[in-house]
Design a protein around this ligand. Structure first.
Ligand SMILES: Cc1cc2nc3c(=O)[nH]c(=O)nc-3n(C[C@H](O)[C@H](O)[C@H](O)COP(=O)(O)OP(=O)(O)OC[C@H]3O[C@@H](n4cnc5c(N)ncnc54)[C@H](O)[C@@H]3O)c2cc1C
Length: 335
């Protein structure tokens, strides 16, 4: 690991400018979990880390807190996964967010890892993480997963790189139509969460659309409709210390015995969190039932194109979606 300087600047503008001036050699540091992993693994060698937790004033407070506002909730980018998992005031309408945050990684990591850093962590693909392999994501000419050991890779939206997006919070936030608030201190912009993520067809070198020096200050979720609820389900090889093999986040309103405003997002199946509009269309306006859920699950994975070793993800994710829908609507699971 190279030597670096930790820079603590009190304003967002100063922190943003510091990185914008030398984006190749300076990085923001939030919880530091993925950043330091990358330094230790020899994948990145910045000479300066700019400590986001040093930002003070009103904006610093907003970045560290969860606040109800007229249009919904603002989740500060420095809020930790543990803080969100324990934040009961957000209620059943946003249960998927709490469940996702509480299921990620380990209790120790959740205490340090932040929402902003979670969304921007780099892929876990073992070819990308291998310091000696110059894969497509590192400027090389090929994705080794295409013909290699691709058991953890993409079944949807893959190519030319077949990574899966690693963030557990991402699918849950997509299911909630979140907006990412990004700032340089001097200028602010709002990005619908689905547009934060970049497919490898657009640029295989990066997974997000932030410009150099832009800082995520908050993630906003809109005020829930009446009777909104949401839930999250995942399967992992290990109960802890691991990323999911597949995950699902579902949000819907349930009134008069019908489902509406349905959102289905899948995780760890594609290079970006993957919304499943075909499944949403099956569910929208319908009365919940086991038969309907089976149809929605089939629709969610109908376009999947598995690689040699990851075909198991199709029934896994379809099963997870059915489980999540049963839990969401309290329709009993079939025998
Ligand atoms: C054993 C293990 C298991 C794990 N399991 C899971 C899991 O199941 N699910 C999951 O999602 N994750 C998992 N993780 C990954 C972990 O959750 C992430 O590394 C962590 O959430 C990253 O957040 P951070 O605050 O530490 O980000 P950092 O490491 O500080 O930053 C990550 C990146 O984001 C940039 N950045 C951070 N904050 C901002 C901001 N506000 N604005 C602009 N740029 C920013 C940094 O410059 C850096 O490039 C696991 C990690 C380990 C070690």
């Amino acid at each position: 690991m190279n030597r670096f300087t930790l820079v603590r600047l009190p304003t967002l503008e100063a922190a943003s400018l510091r990185v914008a001036k030398a984006p190749q050699t300076r990085r923001f540091r939030a919880g530091g979990i993925d950043l330091l992993d990358q330094l230790k693994e020899g994948l990145d060698a910045p000479d300066e880390l700019v400590e986001l937790r040093a930002v003070g004033g009103e904006i610093g407070e907003a970045m560290r807190g969860i606040r109800e506002q007229s249009g919904g909730w603002s989740l500060g980018s420095l809020v930790t996964l543990a803080q969100l998992a324990e934040f009961e005031d957000i209620g059943v309408a946003f249960a998927a967010l709490r469940e996702a945050a509480g299921s990620a990684a380990t209790p120790g990591i959740r205490n340090a890892a932040t929402l902003g850093g979670n969304l921007l962590q780099r892929p876990r693909c073992w070819y990308y993480r291998h310091v000696d392999l110059e894969c497509l994501k590192k400027g090389g000419s090929q994705c080794f997963a295409l013909t290699g050991d691709n058991r953890y890779h993409a079944i949807l939206g893959g190519g030319p790189s077949f990574i899966v997006h690693p963030s557990t919070l991402a699918a849950a936030l997509v299911a909630h139509d979140a907006t990412v608030v990004v700032s340089t201190g001097a200028a602010e912009r709002r990005i619908p969460i689905a547009e934060l993520f970049v497919l490898p067809t657009v640029d295989p070198l990066r997974e997000h659309a932030l410009k150099p020096g832009e800082i995520i200050v908050a993630i906003e979720v809109p005020k829930p409709g009446a009777d909104q609820r949401s839930t999250y389900a995942a399967v992992k090889e290990k109960a802890s210390h691991d990323w999911p093999l597949g995950e699902v986040a579902v949000r819907a309103r349930l009134a008069g015995g019908k489902m509406s405003d349905v959102r289905v997002a899948l995780g760890h199946v594609a290079p970006i969190p993957w919304r499943a509009p075909a499944a949403e269309a099956v569910l929208e306006g319908q009365a919940p039932s086991a038969e309907l859920f089976a149809k929605a699950a089939a629709a969610a994975v109908a376009k999947a194109k598995p690689l040699e070793h990851n075909g198991y993800k199709i029934p896994l994710v379809a099963g997870l979606l059915r489980e999540a829908l049963h839990r969401l609507t309290a329709v009993p699971l079939p025998e």
